[in-house]
Ligand binder design. Structure first.
Ligand code: FPP
Length: 251
């Protein structure tokens, strides 16, 4: 995709979120089993984490396993859990050395206990790192996220710490998984589908959406740069008129 004239040639999306889709189709196209597609997906992930950090992206949020992915065949779920554990054990030192802070979001109590322990250990090890934040969404769903936030807010109301009439957007946002972070500027989805599949529903209200047919295992540095070029070509209005935005940018 060739980008339109750049509106903001120097602006970098501070926070990029990615729906990494297409591992299975990549495997089929290459005559391999699905698991080989996921392994190739891990390689692409490693490369894109490095590429995003090199470009100065502040936060990268990756959809690794959705609430709905539990419905996949049992063998695929088991092999994915094993793969996550293996990758975590293998990569955590490298992430730490690169000053990357790792965080996991999702219903982690649904994950195998051994994996839960390693997630917590990786978060602890990298907690004070000051480089790029890497957020991995595992057993995550946007509706789950909103629901758990609403429950937390309802509990405050029940305990009379908050009045129902005082519930505002901030009350919901501050209990979401990405609380305290700037929301994604850019959401990328690979693999050709044009939908958000229950990822970060609240947080992507004003994200620029970029869809590419490239399958996740084939997504490389140049593809990331195309997505960033696309972002630079967009005029972000946040509900205002184009004229208003241009006047405030000039002033
Ligand atoms: C999407 O392809 C991939 C997944 C749902 C699996 C998880 C992602 C990886 C293994 C990449 C690495 C991630 C980490 C955090 C190490 P798909 O299986 O939906 O592909 P299809 O739509 O072509 O079947």
């Amino acid at each position: 995709m060739s980008a339109k004239k750049s509106q903001n040639p120097d602006v970098l999306p501070q926070h990029i979120a990615i729906i990494m889709d297409g591992n299975g189709r990549w495997a089929r196209a290459n005559g391999r089993i699905r698991h080989a597609g996921h392994r190739a997906g891990v390689k692409a992930t490693r490369n894109i984490v490095e590429a995003a950090a090199e470009r100065g992206v502040k936060a990268l949020t990756l959809f690794a396993f959705s609430s709905e992915n539990w419905n996949r065949p049992r063998e695929e779920v088991t092999s994915l859990m094993r793969l996550f554990l293996e990758v975590l054990q293998r990569e955590v030192d490298a992430l730490d050395k690169n000053n990357i802070q790792v965080k996991f979001v999702g219903a982690r109590n649904e994950l195998p206990e051994r994996l839960q322990k390693h997630l917590a250990a990786a978060e602890k090890k990298t907690a004070t790192n000051t480089g790029m934040q890497l957020i991995l969404a595992v057993a995550y769903g946007g509706r789950w996220d909103i629901l758990q936030s609403v429950k937390a807010v309802a509990t405050k109301v029940e305990q009379q710490q908050l009045k129902a009439a005082d519930i505002d957007e901030n009350a919901i946002a501050s209990n979401l998984s990405l609380a305290g972070m700037a929301p994604p500027d850019l959401l990328i989805r690979t693999g050709g589908e044009h939908r958000v599949s229950n990822f970060l529903l609240w947080d992507i209200a004003y994200s620029e959406l970029y869809f590419t047919d490239t399958l996740w295992p084939d997504f490389c540095d140049q593809d990331l740069d195309l997505a960033i070029d696309f972002f630079r070509s967009r005029e972000r209005r946040f509900g205002r008129t184009g004229e208003q935005v241009r006047v405030s940018a000039d002033g």
